[in-house]
Design a protein around this ligand. Structure first.
Ligand code: UGA
Length: 434
């Protein structure tokens, strides 16, 4: 099929590349000329495991092209995906100006039927607003549909190629037929393509992310309670996760959820509920609890050092909001660093991918190490904020020589309690015994 993808950010590029992979003829459009030129030269502007291979293969086989020429892309395509940013505006609601602007540009160009697919996470009612833009400009028949993405950073290619489900919001039989054919290669194992109306599809995306954020937050609260009553959250996680109604995934407690999606989407859903005079209390609590959880390691440290950490030096492993990404947006590590600096401590950090992004924020207020061992030199304690694989099985003897004290505060529960006790470490993790 002939496809245009407007917007070559994270979602647009993964979508465009994965659609090309099954034989579609894809043109990706962006207003950023430098970015387009780089991609034309085969340079992938984002880091995402597995994407590079597909990107190069499809460029080579001429199934994907990059351009700033919206008109060429619109005339080429029967399906036009919009994968545009929806940043939170000053009032917390999603800013739709990019989407509505693109809709206007497309409306001015089209001469025949198209399916206009919105991939961005947008408030309920956006498809109707986009439709209204088309109706105000052209009489050409279009179907404006909602097709939210459920891609996780780090495994986005796998999530696109083998989705748990595809959600499509449209009541148009013509659009349903086209989208079923487009997604058929991705759901061959029997996973469903779920059709619904546009508004329900838009809300499904917020409901999914908010539910997952709530699930994590619930486990964080259970973990906090475990510490007070002397129970072990790992045991409880296994004990409840084996109940199929609860499920094993997304039950890992930690130092709060971060990233570019959960915090933004939970906020937006609360805001949208407020606008309809509905008080979404559970999500308001989720936001408050997560704010506290992001600095829980700092609280633990302050407790350990009797509220005085000035002059102490800490090593921090992990900066990105989760492993396998350099993304530090809303990363708990940032809040932790800020809190410790305010209390007069000094910090050295190490992260395999996120370090340069953090340098742009903290500059020389903290120091940056070359590897996970160098960062430990002279530190009073090690703090762990992200569960990168290379932190899971470290050389504890080497660590002992570098650290001033054998003290670890682990926000991701990387090590076995028995092992740490054997090695003689003071090991404080989340929801487990000391
Ligand atoms: C999330 C969703 O999982 C995707 O389905 C969705 O498409 C995406 O947002 C989006 O809206 O674009 P992502 O933000 O990449 O994906 O990251 P996740 O893997 O979901 O992790 C989110 C946060 O939850 C991380 O900070 C992670 O550390 C935390 N988390 C996750 C936990 O604390 N415990 C868990 O058990 C799982």
């Amino acid at each position: 099929m002939k496809i245009a993808v407007i917007g070559t950010g994270y979602v647009g590029l993964v979508t465009g590349t994965c659609l090309a992979e099954t034989g579609n003829d894809v043109i990706c459009v962006d207003i950023n000329i430098q970015k387009i030129e780089k991609m034309q030269q085969g340079e992938l502007p984002i880091y995402e495991p597995g994407l590079e291979l597909l990107f190069h293969r499809n460029i080579l086989q001429k199934r994907i092209q990059f351009t700033t020429d919206l008109s060429a892309a619109v005339h080429h395509a029967e399906i036009i995906f919009m994968a545009l940013p929806t940043p939170p505006g000053a009032d917390g609601a999603a800013d739709l100006s990019y989407i509505l602007g693109a809709a206007k540009d497309i409306a001015l160009l089209i001469t025949g039927y198209k399916v206009i697919v919105n991939k961005s996470t947008v408030p309920v009612g956006t498809a109707d607003k986009v439709k209204a833009v088309f109706e105000s400009i052209t009489t050409v028949d279009v179907d404006v549909i909602s097709n939210p993405e459920f891609l996780r950073e780090g495994v986005a290619v796998e999530d696109f190629m083998k989705p748990d489900r595809v959600v499509i919001g449209t009541t148009s039989e013509r659009a349903k037929k086209i989208m079923s054919a487009l997604y058929a290669p991705y759901v061959r194992q029997g996973n469903p393509v779920i059709f619904m109306d546009e508004r329900s599809a838009e809300l499904t995306k917020y409901a999914a992310n908010s539910f997952l954020a709530t699930k994590i937050t619930f486990m964080n609260e259970i973990a906090n309670l475990c510490e007070l009553v002397g129970a072990d959250v790992d045991a409880i996680r296994r004990g409840i996760g084996t109940d199929e109604r609860i499920g094993k995934r997304f039950l890992f407690p930690g130092i709060g959820y971060g990233g570019s999606c959960f915090p933004k989407d939970v906020q937006a859903l609360v805001k949208s509920a407020d606008e309809h005079a509905y008080n979404f209390e559970i999500l308001k609590s989720v936001i408050t609890i997560n704010e506290k959880q992001k600095v829980i390691l700092a609280d633990k440290l302050l407790n350990f050092y009797k509220n005085d950490i000035s002059g102490k030096h800490f090593a921090l492993w992990g900066l990105s909001f989760k492993p396998e990404t350099d993304d530090i947006r809303e990363a708990p590590a940032l809040y932790l660093i800020e809190t410790l600096l305010k209390k007069g401590a000094s910090i050295s950090v190490f992260d395999p991918e996120g370090q340069e992004n953090v340098r742009a924020i903290f500059n020389d207020r903290i120091s940056y190490a070359e590897n996970q061992y160098a960062v430990l030199e002279g530190a009073d304690a090690l703090l762990i904020a992200t569960e990168w694989s290379l932190f899971r099985n470290p050389d504890f003897e080497k660590m002992e020589d570098l650290l001033k004290e054998k003290v670890i505060f682990d926000g991701r529960n990387l090590f076995e309690l028995e092992k740490m006790a054997e090695l003689g470490y003071y090991y404080n993790s989340i929801g487990r015994k000391l």
